[in-house]
Design a binder for this molecule. Structure first.
Ligand code: CO
Length: 155
């Protein structure tokens, strides 16, 4: 029996959790404007987006280079009680998380939970530019805080 009319998933393009690519790398910074000046002035990255995410307690900026597929996210605490503020207090500025683009964040989270990983949110939350996000506990991923990002349809 063939699945006539359907295109099978291409294993070279996606994984079994619907992971498509690296979405961005997140860098924790204490001061967003100072960090933007550093990354634009040093590497010539361009700021493509800024927003404050009150739910996450962060001010953030997306920076890109070249064709726009290289994205660095700078995140600074907007709230001294935020988990990011706690991270900065313990670890100082630096690499914070690795974000993957996924086709369906709820489905990817469910599969990872089935595999025994701790997914931080019961339901995906609002991320940058209307995306839906969740995080996987770094203790279950070799020390890397992994963010899963589902972009709005058409993005
Ligand atoms: Co991120």
């Amino acid at each position: 029996m063939t699945n006539a009319g359907q295109t099978p998933p291409d294993p070279h393009l996606t994984t079994d959790i619907g992971l498509l690519r690296v979405d961005h790398v997140g860098v924790a910074v204490p001061d967003l404007d100072a960090a933007i000046a550093l990354h634009t002035g040093t590497f010539g990255l361009r700021v493509t987006h800024r927003e404050t995410n009150a739910e996450q307690g962060v001010h953030e900026a997306m920076l890109t280079a070249g064709d726009g597929r290289t994205v660095v996210q700078l995140v600074a605490p907007a709230d001294p009680e935020s988990t990011l503020a706690t991270f900065l207090g313990r670890r100082g500025p630096g690499l914070h998380h690795l974000a993957y683009t996924v086709a369906d964040v709820a489905a990817a989270a469910a599969t990872l939970r089935d595999r025994g990983l701790r997914v931080l949110y019961d339901e995906p939350r609002g991320g940058t530019s209307g995306s839906r996000i969740t995080f996987v506990h770094p203790a279950d991923t070799g020390g890397v805080l992994v963010e899963l990002v589902e972009h709005p349809a058409g993005d």
